[in-house]
Design a protein around this ligand. Sequence first.
Ligand code: AMP
Length: 216
Amino acid sequence: MRIILLGPPGAGKGTHAGTISQLKNVPHVASGDLFRKHQQDQTELGVLAASFMSKGELVPDEVTISMVEQRLGEPDCGQGIILDGFPRTTEQAKALDIMLKEKDLRINHVIQLEVNEEEIVERLSGRFSCTDCGMGYHEKFSAPANKGICDKCKSTNFTRRSDDSPKTLRNRLSAYKEQTALILPYYSTKGCLKSIDGMAEMDIVFDEIKKMIDGD
Ligand code: AMP
């Protein structure tokens, strides 16, 4: 099973990709996470990517494609993948097709999560996570049961993604509208694009995704 989750930042791609990954036992490949790992490890690519990510701009196609290609070549990706955050440009979408075609593989589902801009700003400006275990929270929708204490690991250390700041978020939304949304017609022409109302409750959205991929 090979699935692409598309949608603006904050649409819920990461959350749903994680759940599908567990349900179907296939890896969740998120290009943003790959870049953040490179940054953490202070690799050359990590330093380069940081200069774009901190401004909310897309990392150039050439380096992004080669990083994802390397990840998709790892053995655990042989049986399937849930892609989150990649492709983000038509160039990346075409490169992905070529990578898969070389292995006689193809994408089964491209699922677009639709969320309006007002909701995105509300979702992203309130999100934070536990520094120690990574558990995700939201100030308004899912705060820890005891303020300042992680429900899962009891840590009192929390962090926010620096690119969720209002200015960077505006640039990320522009990048989505001006570059990423252009790939929707690419997949719609191929007949594999399906859209879901990402504004609905999380369980309802997930049920919809499940219906689409059941049987695979
Ligand atoms: P994300 O975690 O998916 O929100 O991505 C965080 C940031 O990483 C984005 O704002 C971009 O700067 C960069 N990024 C992630 N995936 C891609 C991609 N496929 N192409 C270009 N830049 C990307």
